[in-house]
Design a binder for this molecule. Structure first.
Ligand code: SF4
Length: 298
C-alpha cells in the first residue's frame, strides 16, 4: 500500500478529512488524476508551488468538478491512455454548488469515481450551513440550529441508477478500501460518501474525530451500505443501534438541543433506517431478476 499524502499539510490537528483523504489515496491505482474543487481538501492538497500528494491534481471551480472530471476521462480515452479520474470534493461542492454538474454527468454515466468528504458544512470558510448540515445543528449561518433536513445525497445519486454508490467512514478503513476496490471494478459514474467530523465545526476535541464517526455509525445516523445500479442495496456493517443522544451529546453544535428535539431526531433516524431495510429487502427480491444496464459508460 503506497502512502500518497505527504506530511506537513495544512489541515487542522485531528482532522478526519485528512485521514480519509490519506486512506482513499492509498486505495487508488498509480495512474490516477485527482479533480479537486474549493474545499478543505483543496487546502490540504497545497497551494502552488507546494503539494501534499504525489498524484497529479487538477483544481477546478466549485460548480465544475464533475464536468472537469468527465472532460479529463474522455480526453484520456481519446488519447488511448489508461487513467483513473477521481474527484475529491466537500459537501458544499457536492450537495449544493456542484450538484447540477454531478447530476448531468451521472445521467450520461461519465467514467469517474466521485468521493464526497462530508463534514456537514462549509468548514474551510468558517462553518456555514450546507445542504449536508443536519436538522438542529448550529453553524455560523444557523446560530439557533438548522431548521431544514440534510439532503439524502446517496439516494439522489442512486436515483440516477449509476453503477455504484456507497457510504463509508474513516473509522472503518477496511470497509472503505473494499468499497473503493469494488467501485474500481465498475465503469461509469461511481459515488462514495465519506462522513468526516470537523474538529472546530462540530465542536469536538482534536482526538475525538474517529470516536465521533464510530458513534454516528453505531447510532445508525450514518449507515454503511452500498447500492449497485440504483436498485441492489447491501448493508456492509450492522450497527449496534446505540441511542442517537450518545452521538449528539459529545458535540458542541448540538449542545442547545432539548430532550424532545433529540427524540425527534431519534425518530427520524429510525424512520430512515427502516426505509433502508425496506430497500435491502426489495433488492433481495430483485436479485432473482438480473438485468442488463440500459446506459453504458460514456
Ligand atoms: S476546518 Fe474541519 S474539515 Fe477543514 S481542515 Fe479543519 S478540521 Fe478538517
Amino acid at each position: 500500500m503506497t502512502d500518497r499524502l505527504l506530511s506537513g499539510h495544512a489541515s487542522c490537528p485531528g482532522c478526519a478529512v485528512a485521514l480519509a483523504v490519506r486512506l482513499v489515496l492509498q486505495a487508488l491505482p498509480a495512474r490516477t488524476v485527482l479533480v479537486v474543487p474549493p474545499s478543505c481538501i483543496a487546502l490540504l492538497m497545497g497551494p502552488l508551488p507546494l503539494a501534499s500528494t504525489t498524484l497529479p491534481v487538477f483544481q477546478t471551480a466549485f460548480e465544475t468538478t464533475a464536468a472537469a472530471a468527465a472532460g479529463l476521462a474522455r480526453a484520456y480515452r481519446a488519447r488511448g491512455e489508461e487513467a483513473t479520474v477521481v474527484c475529491l470534493a466537500g459537501d458544499g461542492g457536492t450537495y449544493d454548488i456542484g450538484l447540477q454538474a454531478l447530476s448531468g454527468a451521472a445521467e450520461r454515466n461519465e467514467d469517474f469515481l466521485y468521493v464526497c468528504f462530508d463534514n456537514e458544512a462549509y468548514q474551510n470558510t468558517g462553518n456555514q450551513k450546507s445542504g449536508a448540515t443536519p436538522w438542529g445543528a448550529r453553524t455560523t449561518s444557523t446560530p439557533a440550529g438548522k431548521t431544514t433536513r440534510k439532503k439524502d445525497i446517496v439516494e439522489i445519486l442512486a436515483a440516477h441508477q449509476i453503477p455504484y454508490a456507497a457510504t463509508a467512514s474513516p473509522a472503518h478503513p477496511e470497509d472503505l478500501a473494499q468499497k473503493i476496490a469494488r467501485a474500481l471494478t465498475h465503469r461509469g459514474t461511481r459515488f462514495l460518501l465519506l462522513t468526516c467530523p470537523c474538529v472546530p465545526g462540530w465542536g469536538i476535541p482534536d482526538d475525538a474525530s474517529l470516536h465521533t464517526v464510530r458513534a454516528a455509525v453505531e447510532a445508525r445516523v450514518v449507515p454503511l451500505y452500498e447500492v449497485e445500479d440504483g436498485t441492489r442495496y447491501h448493508i456492509t456493517h450492522w450497527p449496534a443501534g446505540i441511542p442517537v443522544a450518545e452521538y449528539l451529546r459529545t458535540q458542541a453544535r448540538y449542545a442547545h438541543l432539548v430532550d424532545f428535539e433529540i427524540e425527534a431526531i431519534q425518530a427520524e433516524v429510525d424512520r430512515r433506517w427502516d426505509a433502508l431495510l425496506d430497500r435491502v429487502a426489495r433488492s433481495r427480491r430483485l436479485a432473482a431478476e438480473p438485468r442488463q444496464p440500459l446506459v453504458s459508460a460514456t
